[in-house]
Design a protein around this ligand. Structure first.
Ligand code: UD1
Length: 363
């Protein structure tokens, strides 16, 4: 069976790393990179480190407004689909690359496989929520990571072609985290490139990322979050997404964020190491919340809601508003109850289940 898979943004490279390895044993896959993420350390480094097959096609779309970016991707993808005539188009998650792939295939009546279907924040102001709701609506196979996601689809009347396969990101964490102990702490620290200063070797740290539009579109919000980091009891390692970099540069001119170590984006294996060994994770990323959960590091999520509600059980993950006092309080005073942990995200065989389902659903 021929499948065109569309990827474009960082978390999708990780998902493809877990899936393509298994998928290619039984199916033909054409991998298309939209080019949504294009910096070396946002894209290439993942392909090298995770040994993801090189994309067969790179559309090189790059950044732009939502409409421009999505539209350019759709035009490029339509050409690929007309040329390749696949049995399925597969997309991951909730980015603009996901929606572009789904819309291009939907109009050509090519069945869509949506991996990570059924997630909802119920906050329609988020571009990601719009992308996932629209993609689910026109997908034929909706491969959900959790029971919650299956239930969410049921509430919207989507019952057909829905399967809980577990989380392909969990496959990746379990597979790649085994490699972490091959190297000492010094090795991982030697990869950190400080934006403003060299990074010292630490025994104890918090790991933080902030890049969501709802947090980074206002200077004041980022300022609050950074002030909170200044009030924590260990240094905060903060890999800075390109979206956040300009704001950080402006804010650090007026204020000394002495407790924050700003670094360039890190590779996947490095991230797994720094998350696994951190006191806690502070983030607004969906992927990181789950990676922290699987690696048993407590997490504070700076958002109004999370799609990964299972992580909230036993305070493994708590939500915080982007305000100094709330973030400091949640980071310092929340105690996670490890007894409440369950294998909500599967046991690492989601990619295998995905391949079996695709094989059994030949149209
Ligand atoms: C996208 C996803 C988000 C996901 C994130 C993972 C959408 C709507 N959002 O957000 O759900 O969590 O990827 O990282 O698709 N930029 C660069 N170099 C790059 C990539 C981006 O400089 O390699 C800059 C550009 O200025 C761009 C901005 O970052 O305008 C935002 O990038 P974009 O791809 O629009 O969305 P992300 O914030 O990365």
């Amino acid at each position: 069976m021929k499948i065109v898979t569309v990827i474009g943004a960082r978390p999708q490279f990780v998902k493809a790393a877990a899936v393509s390895r298994v998928l290619r044993k039984s199916h033909e896959e054409i991998l298309v990179h939209t080019g949504q993420h294009y910096d070396k350390n946002m894209s290439d480094i993942f392909f090298e480190e995770l040994r993801i097959p090189r994309p067969d096609i790179n559309l090189g779309v790059g950044s732009g407004t939502h409409a421009k970016q999505t539209a350019e991707m759709m035009v490029g993808l339509e050409n690929v689909l007309l040329e390749e005539k696949p049995e399925y188009l597969m997309v991951y998650g909730d980015t603009n690359s996901t929606l572009a792939g789904a819309l291009a295939a939907g109009k050509l009546n090519i069945p869509i496989v949506h991996v990570e279907a059924g997630l909802r924040s119920y906050n329609m102001r988020m571009p990601e929520e719009q992308n996932r709701v629209l993609t689910d609506r026109i997908s034929s196979l909706l491969l959900c990571p959790t029971d919650t996601a299956v239930d969410n689809l049921k509430k919207e009347g989507i019952l057909e072609g829905v399967f809980n396969i577990g989380d392909v990101m969990c496959d990746a964490v379990l597979y790649y985290s085994k490699l972490l102990d091959n190297m000492p702490r010094e090795y991982y620290f030697s990869h950190l490139v400080g934006l403003f200063q060299p990074i010292p070797l630490l025994d104890s740290w918090y790991m933080a990322t902030i890049h969501r539009a709802e947090n980074t579109s206002s200077l004041e919000t980022v300022k609050e979050i950074l002030k909170a980091f200044n009030g924590l009891d260990a240094p905060v390692i903060f890999p800075v997404h390109p979206r956040t970099k300009e704001i950080i540069k402006i804010l650090t001119k007026d204020e000394n964020y002495h407790n924050v170590l700003f670094v360039e984006p890190v590779s996947y294996l490095d991230m797994l190491f720094f998350v696994r060994e951190a006191k806690k994770v502070v983030t607004d990323s969906g992927g990181l919340q789950k990676e922290a959960y699987i690696l048993q590091t407590p997490c504070v999520t700076v958002r109004e809601q999370t799609e990964w509600i299972e992580t909230l059980k036993g305070n493994q993950n708590v939500l915080a508003t982007p305000q100094v006092e709330d973030i400091i309080d949640k980071v310092l005073n929340t105690v996670a109850d490890n007894g409440k942990r369950e294998l909500y995200y599967g046991n690492g065989d989601a990619a295998k289940k995905l391949c079996d389902i695709i094989g059994n659903n030949i149209k």
